[in-house]
Each structure stands twice: as C-alpha cells, then as structure tokens.
Design a protein around this ligand. Structure first.
Ligand SMILES: Nc1ncnc2c1ncn2[C@@H]1O[C@H](COP(=O)(O)OP(=O)(O)OP(=O)(O)O)[C@@H](O)[C@H]1O
Ligand SMILES: [Mg+2]
Length: 233
C-alpha cells in the first residue's frame, strides 16, 4: 500500500486555530485515531486539545475522555459539553495557532443527536470509513447531514474521508478511494491499517499511545496538520 509523501514539517496555523472533527459509524476507529493523532501533535509541539462530544454513560465507555483519564495523551482532553454548547466550547478551548480535535460518538441516522452540532462546530470533518461495500453504502447519511447543514445555511466543514481498519492485503482501499474520488470526494492519502497484533491498535485503549516513527498515525497527524494550515489561506 503506497501512501503519497506527506511532509513531516510543522506549518503555521491561523491565530484563531482550527477545529477538526472525527465522525463515522460506531467502532470505525474514531477514538483510537484521535488519541494517537493528539499524542503525535503534542509530541511535535503543536498546541492542541481534544474535546469529547460522545454522550457519556451510554454503553461501555471507550470515549476519548475516559481514555485520557487512564493515560497521558500528550494534550488536555475535555469532557463532552451539552449539545448546544459544542460550537462555543470548542471555539473557546481551541489554542491560539493550534488545533482542537473533536471526537464524536457512533454516528446515528436519526436527527436530533449531537452530530449536526459537531459538524457545524468544525472547520474540517474527517469521516472515518472502513473501505467495505457495506460501509460505503451506509455512508450516505453522513454525506446527507452535510447537505442538510448547507440547506439551512449553517457552517459546513470541509469533508475529507479517512479509510480506517484497512486490511493491508485486500485491494478494497484502492478501489474505494477511486470510487470516492470519482464521486468528487477528497480521500486522505494516509490509510489506517487494521492492526490486531498484541501491541497493535486493537489493544491501545487506556494506554499511552505509542509514537511509532513512519506509522500511518504519524503520517495522519502531519497530513491533518497540513490540511488545517491549508484551510488558513
Ligand atoms: N486500526 C485499528 N486496528 C485494529 N483495531 C482497531 C483499530 N482502530 C480501532 N480498533 C479497535 O476497534 C474498536 C473500536 O475502536 P474505537 O473505539 O476507536 O472506535 P470508535 O469509532 O471510536 O467507536 P465508537 O463509535 O463506539 O466511539 C476498539 O476495540 C479498538 O481497539
Ligand atoms: Mg469512540
């Protein structure tokens, strides 16, 4: 699996900072990705915070906030504000010239959940999407939500798609990328592989994220950083 060269440099961010939200179906790897990206940003000195927007106490608690209470993620992580305060809280907490990473709970098709509020609060929405046919067919409700925001004149974040839980030996990531790009979507060049090894991402919850040089999550942290800087122009 080849990934385009992503510069490992730290570009300047705008004074007011940038907000990046991770959205996607339940179990698509949002919180795992968020924890590692935060840890990488913290490690290279990017001012950053995490903001959980997952409703607390629903099912088993695997949220970013509960992870941050178990291990050092290299950046402060704040608990979920009430739905109508997501935009104001994320704006208030975003560090100057830095990044606020919003982790969200499992995407729900029904309206009235926090997802529209999360999308409306973000400059960039990262849609975590495992490249399987079923996930692709279900992607419409996320894309539809952005159209819904647009229709009511709300702020609409820039959408990018992140392929997650990718089986490196299958060709599905490449095919999915082509299909999405043909449909006009931006697909990040980094893909997050499925890693079920004993010390892999499947076992990462509650532990200090490992900062692995040359890993997909290191690449992703730089790719998102550059995207956020690009938004500034
Ligand atoms: N790249 C990966 N490789 C293997 N396992 C992974 C990977 N990313 C996440 N997992 C595992 O998949 C499960 C779901 O991951 P995670 O909690 O990050 O997903 P989520 O999208 O945040 O879920 P939710 O919608 O419930 O918040 C966890 O057990 C996690 O350890
Ligand atoms: Mg989660």
């Amino acid at each position: 699996m080849t990934q385009a060269e992503i510069p490992h440099t730290v570009p300047a961010l705008p004074t007011q900072g940038r907000r990046i939200a991770i959205v996607g179906k339940g179990g698509s790897g949002k919180s795992t990705t968020a924890a590692h990206v935060l840890a990488h940003w913290g490690n290279i000195g990017v001012p950053c915070i995490g903001l959980d927007t997952d409703k607390p106490g629903e099912d088993e608690d695997g949220s970013l906030y509960s992870w941050a209470n178990l291990a050092d993620l290299g950046a402060p992580v704040y608990p979920a504000p009430s739905q109508h305060q997501i935009a104001s809280e994320s704006a208030r907490l975003t560090p100057e010239k830095g990044l606020c990473l919003l982790d969200s709970g499992a995407w729900e098709r029904k309206t009235g959940g926090p997802h529209l509020a999360v999308l409306a609060a973000a400059d960039i929405a990262v849609f975590a999407l495992p490249p399987t046919r079923m996930e692709l067919e279900r992607a419409g409700s996320v894309l539809g939500a952005l159209a819904q925001l647009e229709a009511v004149g709300a702020r609409v974040p820039r959408l990018v798609i992140l392929q997650t839980l990718v089986n490196p030996s299958a060709g599905s990531a490449g095919r999915t990328r082509l299909a999405l790009e043909r449909a006009g979507h931006r697909v990040l060049s980094t893909v997050v592989p499925r890693s079920d090894a004993r010390d892999g991402l499947a076992q990462a919850f509650g532990r200090t994220p490992r900062l692995v040089k040359g890993s997909a999550l290191e690449d992703l942290s730089y790719e998102l950083l550059h995207l956020a800087a690009e938004e500034a122009v």
